[in-house]
Design a binder for this molecule. Structure first.
Ligand SMILES: Nc1ccn([C@@H]2O[C@H](COP(=O)(O)OP(=O)(O)O)[C@@H](O)[C@H]2O)c(=O)n1
Ligand SMILES: [Ca+2]
Length: 490
């Protein structure tokens, strides 16, 4: 019944089999290789954070091809400029630019040479320069001119040095935190940002659109990856931890006495301070007391409860003209969601071991730290700079007070605050968000994402190839069986 077969049939079958296998192998290898570039190429961006107490240089890096994916830009290098913040050079502006040179040299070495000319370089100055601008616009311009001159002479693509606003500082800190924790693409449940500097402090969180209606100056809106965000943000100038200490010292030296007994410093701590070091800041609106001499002795008595009262007096809780206020008559809608607290919040709370305990336990630990004699503190932490060490009782008490009485965190909502320094290897702070914004790296609309990740494609491909191979094998086998049996018949 079988039709007679061509004797070439067997050769054709073998030829098809070999061709089929070669095709499948070629398909798999090209698909796997083409979908993933063999060598990653990177691009770079540099941001200088000119803070009130110090300047830091951040170098960021991202894959050259995929700029629009969330969570892809990361911190490659960090350099801390030696010496104080640029606003401290108001009496010798040339030194401000000069102070940056070593970190710039490091940046030159850390970015591949062929990328230098296309690497954007930004400098943003925060509260220290805001205060200098209030005090003396011309000195402020001279300092900015001095850093500009140095930054222009680098091989990078210099994009400008400016004082950023408190809203920008708060909002870009929020962008950084949510970008790094990959929350922007998901579109739900963002994290608020709490930043404590030396001269100002920021609070920023997403809220409902109707909550932002009350105060336009506290509102920032973003459209990121197809989602609309309504942010509440406020920057309290003079409420960074160094300026707040001046406020507290001024508050306590109104009588112009020659000795200040300060409950916010440890018992046995004593140092001489000049009245002008306290009263020269634009944050201090009261005049240096008439009775005052040149200076006073600043002596610790170490009492946390009394220190809380000192801190309370630098807050004003009356005169709210909105539905809700934090303090000093500043609008604040009800707190929402989780918060990341970084910068000096982290440094102080981490030192005091207050990052992962209840509010009540933290208050107790704080009381114990404040009442520890100064000699014992120094013995316990011989490697910590004395200036920092002496101020932890005050700074810790201030932070606890600010978060609870200031922003209205309670024992119940305390655990919503996470004290953080880095997220996935990059520092929390405004600099990354600032760069992402200026380089348009976060699109307003969600980019078209491939329906499957790379690994998914590879798996799918391997399975299909295997299946094809098996089908080929089976059909060849049946053909083979048929033509050999026919030959026997012949
Ligand atoms: N290891 C460190 C580094 C900085 N800090 C403090 O962190 C604060 C950083 O403020 P900043 O220089 O960014 O000042 P702003 O311009 O942001 O107000 C300063 O009060 C520093 O003293 C700290 O407590 N421990
Ligand atoms: Ca800062």
């Amino acid at each position: 019944k079988e039709k007679p077969k061509n004797p070439w049939h067997k050769a054709v079958v073998i030829f098809i089999a070999v061709l089929g296998i070669i095709a499948i192998v070629a398909l798999v290898t090209t698909a796997v290789l083409q979908n993933k570039p063999l060598q990653q190429k990177f691009k770079y961006g540099i941001v200088l954070d000119a803070g009130s107490s110090h300047t830091a240089v951040y170098i960021y890096e991202w894959p050259a091809e995929k700029e629009n994916d969330t969570g892809r830009v990361k911190q490659k290098h960090f350099c801390q400029v030696k010496g104080p913040g640029i606003s401290s050079y108001s009496l010798s502006p040339e030194q401000a630019g000069h102070s940056l040179r070593l970190c710039i040299q490091e940046a030159v070495l850390n970015v591949p040479r062929r990328r230098h000319h296309e690497t954007p370089l930004y400098l943003g100055a925060t509260a220290g320069m805001r205060l200098l601008r209030m005090e003396n616009q011309s000195l402020c311009d001279q300092v900015l001119g001095s850093v500009e001159k140095v930054l222009q002479s680098t091989p990078f693509d210099y994009q400008g040095a400016r004082i950023i606003s408190g809203q920008e500082e708060g909002a870009f800190g929020w962008v950084t935190v949510n970008y790094l924790s990959d929350r922007l693409k998901q579109g739900s449940g963002t994290t608020g940002a709490l930043d404590l500097g030396g001269a100002s402090t920021q609070i920023t969180f997403a809220t409902n659109q109707d909550e932002t209606g009350e105060s336009a100056e506290n509102t920032v809106t973003f459209r990121l990856y197809g989602n609309d965000y309504f942010l509440y943000t406020h920057s309290f100038l003079c409420y960074g931890k160094d300026q707040v200490l001046k406020l507290a010292l001024a508050q306590q030296t109104q009588a112009g006495a020659s000795t200040l007994l300060d409950p916010c410093f440890n018992q046995g701590y004593s140092t001489n301070l000049s009245y002008s070091s306290v009263y020269s800041s634009p944050c201090i609106t009261t005049q240096k007391p008439l009775a005052a001499g040149e200076g006073f002795t600043h002596r610790g008595t170490g009492n946390a409860l009394q220190c809380q009262e000192v801190v309370r007096r630098i807050f004003n809780f009356s005169g709210c003209t909105f539905s809700h206020c934090s303090f000093n008559g500043v609008y604040q809608p009800p707190l929402q969601g989780q918060f990341g607290a970084f910068s000096a919040y982290y440094f102080v709370m981490n030192f005091l071991n207050l990052t992962s305990d209840t509010l009540e336990n933290n208050m107790e630990k704080m009381a114990r730290y404040c009442s520890t004699p100064w000699t014992q503190i120094k013995q316990q932490f011989p490697n910590v700079k004395e200036k920092y060490l002496a101020e932890y009782c005050f700074s810790g008490t201030y932070i606890l007070f600010l978060l609870t009485h200031g922003y209205n965190f309670t024992s119940d909502t305390w655990s919503n605050i996470k004290f953080i320094k880095k997220i996935s290897g990059s520092d929390a702070g405004w600099t990354l968000g600032y760069m992402l914004n200026l380089t348009n790296m976060i699109p307003a609309e969600a980019p078209d994402t491939p329906p499957l990740p790379h690994a998914g494609y590879v798996t799918l491909l391997l399975f299909t190839s295997l299946l094809l191979f098996l089908i080929l094998l089976c059909s060849l086998r049946s053909l083979w069986v048929r033509c050999t049996s026919q030959r026997q018949i012949i």
